[in-house]
Design a protein around this ligand. Structure first.
Ligand code: UD1
Ligand code: MG
Length: 455
């Protein structure tokens, strides 16, 4: 077996991002709940990069933190002045000096490049190229660097601003990303100068320099949608749409049915099992998993929730962080659940808030039940035993425990613990006054008639 090739990814994240019109650095804006930088780092990691150096601008502690979260071994290099893409890559000079077989250059604002594509760039190096550039056929090539090919070799990349009329007619464009052979990367990068229209150090010049040294350069073609860059909120929305489309396809290929895929929104980390049915208009925020055979009815919203096998949710349910539905549990319409476990086969069918609670297996929570979990200062827990039956419109004032098999009479306000198999009632006793309504009506009608007569 061939020994694995070592790989360093250099991720350029020193962008200005002013067109986002945001307090937040551009590369921390999110697609599918993951930052743009996070997408780039996960993709290079999945393509086998064991080291990553993120090039950031000065004073970007938030970007540094995100890099460490998404790629714990990531190093940072600071580019103090923006003098072009090659200048940015050379900010990672120290990392390059350690010596790697493959060097990938990725842009942190290009979140949709798939790991397979980075791996294919590396494969080009393994077959002898010194530079492999990611190219795409642009619908509108204006602004992009053009890839000039001859006899299957990449000759050079010409930036739009430096291109001749004939070169501008080329549709094959530079996505910006490339892979360089670690053996030659430093000498090539250090040979790049700034003699061009923008007085910048262009990474793209790596191609002509490699060729002048008798080395090989190649193009790997990708669909334009994959190399889509994000500079403003409109492009961010386009990236989100493409991400969602991919995720929906992956979920369906994994064996889930989406009745109206275009109306269901996932996060990058949503896990969906097989034989899951998801009806239209559902939103899955971060940290949600849905086990095999679960049914998600329309208009439901999830964050940090775990849905067990065969569980049934919605329509119009809201599952917030820490909601855990065990096997075959049910959370029906207008039900909100937060930080609570719902046991095997337990039912919370209608109009209910369950927060900071554990509900035992096969318990039945009646319509309109509320766990009063907050006193304005502290949260407290409610524990409901297996097989307990909570009558409709009850308030369970936490901390409180309802024993297994106990009954709570409808409309109760329960402030004290209830023993297993007991019946607890916490409401006014019913009073009845025979004939009262009829007498009231007769008197009222007489008064009304008298008033009308006096007018
Ligand atoms: C670059 C390519 C162009 C390609 C295009 C694709 C060069 C010279 N040109 O042009 O061929 O078609 O991308 O979108 O590479 N950056 C830094 N520091 C710098 C300059 C840039 O970190 O000093 C980062 C930017 O934040 C961005 C990336 O590098 O993430 C690309 O820079 P940008 O200025 O957008 O390059 P383009 O002119 O778009
Ligand atoms: Mg750009």
């Amino acid at each position: 077996m061939q020994p694995a090739r070592s790989c360093l990814a250099i991720v350029l994240a020193a962008g200005e991002g002013t067109r986002m019109k945001s307090q937040r650095p551009k590369v921390l804006h999110e697609v599918g709940g993951l930052s743009l930088l996070g997408h780039a780092l996960s993709a290079v990691a999945a393509a086998g990069a064991e080291a990553a150096t993120v090039v950031i601008g000065p004073d970007r502690p938030e970007v540094a933190r995100e890099a460490a979260t998404r790629f714990p071994a990531a190093e940072l290099a600071i580019q103090r002045e923006r003098r072009g893409t090659a200048h940015a890559v050379l900010a990672a000079r120290e990392s390059l000096r350690r010596g790697y077989d493959d060097v990938i250059v990725a842009f942190a604002d290009t979140p949709l490049v798939r790991p397979e594509t980075f791996a294919a760039l590396r494969a080009g190096l393994a077959t002898g190229a010194a530079v492999v550039v990611l190219g795409f056929e642009a619908v509108d090539p204006t602004g992009y660097g053009r890839l000039v090919e001859r006899d299957g070799e990449l000759e050079e990349i010409v930036e739009h601003k430096d291109a001749t009329g004939a070169q501008r007619a080329i549709k094959l464009c530079n996505a910006g990303l490339m892979a360089l052979s670690g053996e030659h990367a430093l000498e090539i990068l250090e040979a790049i100068g700034d003699h061009n229209a923008q007085r910048e150090f262009y990474l793209t010049d790596a191609v002509a320099i490699a060729r002048a040294r008798g080395l090989h350069a190649k193009v790997l073609r990708a669909p334009e949608s994959e190399v889509h860059g994000v500079n403003d909120r409109v492009q961010l929305a386009t990236a989100e749409a493409e991400f969602q489309q991919r995720k929906r396809l992956a979920v369906m290929k994994g064996g889930a049915t989406l009745m109206a895929p275009e109306t269901v929104f996932f996060s990058f980390d949503t896990q969906v099992g097989s034989d899951v049915l998801i009806e239209p208009n559902c939103v899955f925020g971060l940290g949600v998993s849905i086990a095999d055979g679960a049914v998600i009815h329309a208009f439901s919203h999830f964050e940090g929730a775990e849905i067990g096998p065969g569980a049934i949710v919605g329509p119009f349910a809201r599952l917030r962080p820490g909601a855990k539905l065990a096997e075959r549990a049910k959370a029906g319409n207008f039900v909100e659940i937060k930080n609570s476990e719902i046991g095997v086969g337990a039912k919370v069918n209608h109009l209910t808030y369950i927060g900071d609670a554990s509900v035992g297996a096969a318990a039945n929570i009646g319509a309109g039940t509320i766990t009063c979990n907050y006193d304005g200062f502290f949260k407290a827990r409610t524990t409901i035993g297996e097989g307990a039956f909570i009558g409709s419109n009850s308030s369970l004032v936490a901390p409180v425990t309802v024993g297994a098999g106990a009954y709570i009479g409808s409309g109760s306000v329960i402030t004290g613990d209830v023993k297993p198999d007991a019946l607890a009632l916490g409401r006014a006793r019913q009073a009845e006054k025979e004939g009262w309504a009829k007498a009231f009506r007769t008197a009222a009608m007489a008064r009304k008639a008298a008033k009308k007569a006096a007018e």
